[in-house]
Design a protein around this ligand. Structure first.
Ligand SMILES: NC(=O)c1ccc[n+]([C@@H]2O[C@H](COP(=O)([O-])OP(=O)(O)OC[C@H]3O[C@@H](n4cnc5c(N)ncnc54)[C@H](O)[C@@H]3O)[C@@H](O)[C@H]2O)c1
Length: 263
């Protein structure tokens, strides 16, 4: 069955996706639009850049916000633009500098924490009232999806700052989920933990870390299913968490890793 012949699972929903111009972000936006959502793409590129324009052309039914997730003023501006309700928020923006712990500059540690974890905190703090309004205005709670990583659960050399930031994002997810649910705010918060997925991020990591060339190929071989994932395979997990089919889930972690963490 083609995905467009399935019932629309996000009809009438307004969604915001950060890091929307990257591999996983774009796949999420694409699937959300195909399922009837009005999507705000948010990323660092200026709105009049070729990349942003092309993305909007490709999707149709979407809008663009230039937004640095580490900057509170950008979040305030975004809140003004999107209006008074938001059904779905995907905190997907991320960076992944690599390097041995002892040689990692403090500025790099701080930057990865700021983008991968503080960004989600600022998003929640700024948009909670809009999410709550959406959650209370119909019978489906608003859904926040934090894109963490399997490195929140298992270790990897040369990835300490990235792994620590994703572990913090996993913890933030659970406490926010409980706080919102117990506070009767009608907002669910869950995390997705992708394994290795072929995008610009992993291609860059592969180039930086691998002397002999294809680290992605090696990671694929070491994954029980014998390959790395595709952005679309992560997007389907996001679609499930965004839709009402996951309505009894909050504070959960959904691992999509071809069996990596089951080993
Ligand atoms: N690719 C993988 O194997 C993998 C595995 C686990 C988790 N993830 C996570 O998935 C998410 C998406 O990664 P991807 O693989 O699509 O990478 P990507 O590099 O293709 O996309 C990341 C996007 O985030 C944007 N971004 C970076 N800093 C930003 C900021 N300060 N404000 C707003 N946007 C910013 C970038 O411009 C880019 O468009 C990330 O959080 C990443 O950590 C990826």
């Amino acid at each position: 069955m083609s995905r467009l012949s399935q019932p629309l699972r996000l009809e009438g929903c307004q969604a915001l996706v950060t890091g929307a111009l990257g591999g996983i972000g774009m796949a999420i936006c694409d699937l959300f639009v195909a399922h009837g959502a009005r999507v705000w793409l948010a990323d660092l590129e200026p709105a009049d850049s070729d990349k942003a324009r092309l993305a909007l052309e490709q999707l149709g039914g979407a809008d663009y916000l230039r937004l640095d997730v580490t900057d509170r003023r950008d979040w305030d501006r975004a809140a003004d633009r999107i209006g008074d309700r938001l059904d779905i928020l995907v905190n997907n923006a991320g960076i992944a500098p690599t390097g041995e712990l002892e040689n990692l500059p403090l500025e790099q540690w701080q930057q990865v924490m700021a983008v991968n974890c503080q960004g989600a905190f600022l998003a929640l703090a700024t948009l909670a009232s809009r999410l709550e309004r959406a959650g209370k205005s119909n019978d489906r709670w608003a859904s926040v999806i934090n894109i963490s990583s399997i490195l929140a659960m298992v270790g990897m050399p040369q990835a300490t700052a990235y792994a620590a930031s994703k572990g913090a994002l996993r913890s933030l997810t659970k406490s926010a989920a409980v706080e919102f649910a117990q506070g009767k705010r009608s907002i669910r918060v869950n995390s997705i933990h992708p394994g290795f997925v072929e995008t610009d991020m992993t291609k860059a990591g592969s180039d930086a870390m691998s002397e002999a060339g294809d680290l992605l190929e090696t990671l694929g071989r070491e994954t029980p299913m014998g390959r790395v994932g595709t952005p679309e395979e992560i997007a389907y997990a996001a679609l499930f968490l965004a839709s009402d089919e996951s309505r009894f889930m909050t504070g959960s972690e959904l691992t999509v890793d071809g069996g990596w963490t089951a080993q």
